[in-house]
Design a protein around this ligand. Structure first.
Ligand SMILES: Nc1ncnc2c1ncn2[C@@H]1O[C@H](COP(=O)(O)OP(=O)(O)O)[C@@H](O)[C@H]1O
Ligand SMILES: [Mg+2]
Length: 348
């Protein structure tokens, strides 16, 4: 992975160790504190309020969306709004059905069970979960081989909150057992500005509206990244300036950390630069492109490309990676006139 000054990519969507330490402090605790995601918030509010009014346990909820958009935060909010305790585990942590059985059998009535990365659970655990979700019952297998017997075990009603970055990977029988599915979208710049202001308040950092807008604009639609960039800008401001963070300070700070106006970092720009300067904008194969930037194929494909594709800077075509006109513009380069035998893919 390309190293930014912090040693880890500032614009990575996944949580690093510093994020995890501060995230707890920055998490909204109630639904009305949760910024953006209007539709999801409205729907969830109805689901939870109605359950509360009936004195019932809320239906199972599936949260899907890219890392850093607020899935873990929402799961905790669900528990808080229901006045229920929360148990946290994850798909990869549940290797055997027995691991799941022991979690399920120790749940209290009304408890929220949060399963992060639920798409990475093992098949036998998944099958046990179907039954638990639907009938609040599990079959505990005792013994091995032909002598094994299944002992049915009643569970108290609970609310499963599953989170996944890949809803498409969930087997339909599992997906169908959730009473409510919330798909979380990337945040609009104005929403991220509110996230920045809110976090600045909690971190006791002064940020003016232009400074918040500057940070928000480079945050890739992701609150986790907005919070991380804010902390780096705070460091810069603390050492180099005094007073509130304005546009100038924010943009200088983020230049130091090599995050550009659009949120691209060094790796993203290296990929685009290679594509444009070495391969005339493509098409070029992924492996060739990866060698050109000195990275693993997987890093280019999974770390850099999704954002470049989302931003309309790069396209994945059957013949290889292709730069869009916007990529040339972003790097301030002029695309070559299209050559014979290489028809313009974008009507150019
Ligand atoms: N809607 C939001 N409003 C305010 N802060 C948010 C919001 N969504 C996420 N955050 C912040 O972003 C960070 C990452 O959120 P998290 O719930 O851990 O994301 P996920 O579980 O989807 O990866 C947390 O610090 C959280 O406080
Ligand atoms: Mg999470």
């Amino acid at each position: 992975m390309s190293a930014s000054p912090g040693g880890e990519r500032l614009v990575d969507h996944d949580a690093d160790s510093e994020d995890r330490a501060v995230e707890a402090a920055l998490r909204p605790r109630q639904l009305r504190e949760f910024i953006g995601q209007e539709r999801v918030r409205q729907q969830l509010d109805l689901v939870l309020r109605a359950a509360r009014e009936r004195g019932a346990t809320a239906d199972h909820v599936l949260l899907s969306g890219a890392p850093g958009l607020g899935k873990t935060t929402l799961s905790m909010i669900i528990a808080a709004e229901m006045g229920a305790p929360i148990r946290i585990s994850s798909g990869p942590a549940i290797q055997h059905a027995g691991d799941l059985a022991s979690i399920l059998s120790s749940l209290q009535e009304g408890e929220v069970l949060f399963l992060d990365e639920i798409h990475r659970m093992s098949r036998p655990a998944e099958e046990m979960l179907y039954m638990a979700m639907e009938d609040f019952r599990v079959d505990v297998i005792v013994g091995k081989g032909p002598g094994a017997t299944a002992i049915p075990l009643e569970l108290p009603p609970f609310t499963l909150v599953g989170a996944t970055t890949r809803a498409g990977l969930l087997p339909p029988p599992l997906r169908d057992r959730f009473g409510f599915t919330a798909h979380m979208e990337f945040y609009a710049p104005a929403e991220l500005e509110r996230v920045v202001h809110r976090s600045a308040g909690l971190l006791d950092v002064e940020v003016d509206p232009a400074g918040a807008a500057e940070i928000a604009g480079r945050s890739r639609g992701t609150p986790r990244i907005a919070n991380r960039l804010l902390r780096r800008v705070r460091d810069y401001a603390q050492i180099k300036t005094d007073g509130a963070i304005g546009r100038e300070t924010a943009s200088r700070a983020l230049e130091v950390y090599e995050v550009d106006e659009r949120g691209l970092d060094r790796l993203d720009r290296a990929v685009l630069q290679a594509l444009l300067k070495l391969f005339g904008g493509g098409p070029v194969g992924l492996s060739t492109l990866a060698v050109a930037v000195g990275e693993e194929r997987e890093t280019v494909e999974e770390v850099a490309e999704p954002f470049l594709v989302r931003e309309g800077l790069l396209a994945r075509t059957p013949r290889g990676r292709v730069a869009t006109p916007a990529a040339w513009a972003h790097l301030g380069l002029t695309p070559p006139a299209s050559q014979p035998g290489q028809p313009g893919l974008f009507g150019g």
